[in-house]
Ligand binder design. Structure first.
Ligand code: C5P
Length: 240
């Protein structure tokens, strides 16, 4: 496969066209941003970890009934994915209170919910990714009623699988953000990435944060935390 023109450069990834109209190459960067781009930095080696972790998790999800964009990892930082039109929605699932949930509702972090929550935000940097519900998403024409139903079903399936998977690695899946895209025939599939950039992952024993909150909150040890959580994942896969 031949890598062609740069199609898009985001905060953490570059996306290239290829000689196949239905496939793209995603290239993961070490650049990190937070608070809608207000905080900028770099997490050395992050691109490699996010590429590999996202690919491992997507392949497992695919085997467990969630279609994904993953096609083939071509090197440490680059992966071939199916070309989709991304739905302009961020889907956030939470198992435990943290982050903006704790801030918005005035509750401490670390409260385990009886059932997971789901929320959506409108992917729009200018508006600061505002929260919306499924009726708003349909009213704004961001997706159809049928599409949001599928998105919700897959999002909870992703949570069910990943929560159990991370638990067996000795990691608590606190919350995460995912995105979906549409293939040219309208099929909805999981796209974007699943990594410590997009998930809150706590060490089951120590409750230590092994994710991007270390960067967001200037906790230090960000590179080490990404490496540690990847090590836990790989350790579990080897035993599997
Ligand atoms: O900040 P908040 O508590 O809403 O984040 C919930 C989850 O979604 C966290 O795991 C965070 O890493 C992820 N997230 C993301 N990209 C965003 C917003 C949140 O990956 N733009």
């Amino acid at each position: 496969m031949e890598k062609r023109k740069l199609m898009y450069e985001g905060k953490a990834k570059k996306v290239f066209e290829t000689d196949n109209l239905e496939l793209l190459i995603v290239s993961y960067k070490d650049d990190a941003t937070a608070f809608n781009g207000l905080k900028k930095g770099s997490i050395s080696g992050k691109g490699i970890i996010n590429n590999k972790m996202s690919n491992l998790l997507m392949q497992r999800l695919e085997k467990n009934g969630v279609p994904t964009h993953f096609v083939e990892e071509i090197n440490d930082r680059e992966t071939v994915v199916k070309k989709v039109t991304i739905l302009p929605l961020e889907i956030i699932i939470r198992n435990i209170s943290a982050g903006s949930f704790s801030k918005r509702y005035g509750v401490e972090e670390g409260i385990t919910f009886e059932t997971p929550t789901i929320e959506f935000s409108y992917k729009n940097d200018e508006l600061g990714d505002p929260l919306l519900n499924s009726y708003h998403a349909i009213a704004l024409g961001l997706c159809s009623k049928e599409e949001i139903k599928i998105v919700k079903k897959y999002a909870f399936a992703v949570n069910k699988y990943l929560k159990a998977f991370w638990a067996s690695c000795g990691v608590i899946l606190v919350d995460f953000k995912i995105e979906f895209g549409k293939l040219s025939d309208g099929t909805i599939i999981l796209a974007d990435e699943i990594s410590p950039d997009t998930c809150r992952l706590w060490d089951s024993k120590t409750k230590e944060k092994l994710d991007k909150d270390r960067f967001r909150r200037d906790l230090g040890g960000t590179e080490e935390a990404y490496a540690e959580v990847m090590k836990k994942l790989c350790g579990h896969i080897r035993e599997d």
